[in-house]
Ligand binder design. Structure first.
Ligand code: AMP
Ligand code: ZN
Length: 301
């Protein structure tokens, strides 16, 4: 197999693009896909600061790596979820990356903000760990960005993540979730920052290859609570489709974004208020995060 660009021996084949690349040309392809995502959705400019939410995994560290090299002013944010060794190790990966690239990293511990780490939140709420964890992550990403005057948060969600989330929403016809499924969410309130996903055009396999070629040291293990999650089952279904017809995930997600998403956008919109307790945006009086931390504190008492 030969590189589509230079004809040298290929290091990776991309069946859905009907192409193969040598390592340097693959990295250029990868960067071009990120540039195209940023351009198409006007995600951010070099004049703005970008808060990159990093988990210590391949996707978010690959994203941070590209954004630094593209000349963006970035700050990393690692949220310490307190999930045993998994959190200890993933935090160390983020710290090592930040030190190596001489970029600032903010570390916020969920336990300090909610009153307990994710395993204890799971016990206190008797709900799957991912529900309190996801809520806390979204809330804290936004609040840290606001606290630091940063207008936009970038996450490492890739094509596989986005296709699987869309699949899950469609499977259950969660029509209120569909308009929020986008590579870029605008700020709809002064206390909500923009949220963007510059890797949405790239697959998990591609981010892994990029991280490997760039010698990025990332945590390979999955979160122990993710085992058996429905999102993983959805990914497996899509992997099978992709295997049999390359481009299936891409067509599913991009077709939705181009042809269907707008149809689910609500004209009336939802009314946003500021939480009576913390001032963050909510659709009710007290936000879900404040309610969660109350519940955790009650369970502890
Ligand atoms: P996940 O939901 O674990 O697939 O993560 C999706 C994205 O959310 C990652 O690519 C990161 O950008 C962000 N993220 C996940 N976990 C953390 C964390 N502990 N701290 C900061 N950002 C995170
Ligand atoms: Zn609140």
């Amino acid at each position: 197999m030969k590189c589509r660009k230079c004809g040298a021996a290929a290091a990776i084949e991309l069946r859905r693009h009907n192409a193969a690349f040598c390592a340097p040309d693959f990295q250029e392809f990868f960067r071009n896909q990120v540039r195209e995502a940023i351009r198409k959705y006007r995600m951010f400019t070099t004049e703005e600061r970008v808060l990159v939410a990093v988990s210590g995994g391949k996707d978010s560290l690959a994203l941070w790596d590209v954004l630094i090299d593209e000349g963006y002013t970035t700050t990393g944010l690692y949220l310490d979820l307190g999930i045993f060794d998994y959190s200890v190790e993933s935090k160390a990966k983020c710290e090592a990356f930040a030190a190596r690239r001489s970029v600032p990293l903010i570390i916020t511990a969920v336990a300090d903000e909610v009153g307990a780490p994710v395993p204890e939140i799971k016990a206190a709420t008797r709900r799957p760990a991912c529900s309190g964890c996801g809520l806390s992550k979204r809330y804290l990403m936004n609040r840290v960005a606001l606290d630091h005057g940063i207008p936009v948060v970038a996450t490492g969600h890739n094509l596989d993540d986005e296709a699987a989330t869309l699949f899950g929403s469609v499977m259950h016809w969660q029509t209120e979730a569909l308009p929020r499924q986008s590579p870029a969410l605008a700020s709809t309130h002064p206390r909500l920052v923009r949220r963007v996903k510059p890797l949405y055009r790239l697959s998990e396999r591609e981010t892994a290859a990029f991280a490997f070629m760039r010698k990025i040291d990332y945590i390979v293990e999955e979160c122990p609570f993710a085992v058996g999650a429905t999102s993983i089952a959805h990914k497996q279904v899509l992997d099978r489709l992709e295997h049999d017809s390359p481009g299936a995930k891409h067509n599913f997600l991009f077709g939705f974004l181009e042809k269907a998403r707008a149809a689910f956008e609500r004209v009336d919109g939802v009314e946003l208020h500021e939480c009576a307790r913390c001032g963050q945006v909510t659709t009710s009086t007290v936000c879900a995060f404040c309610k969660l931390s109350d519940q955790v504190k009650r369970a502890r008492a």
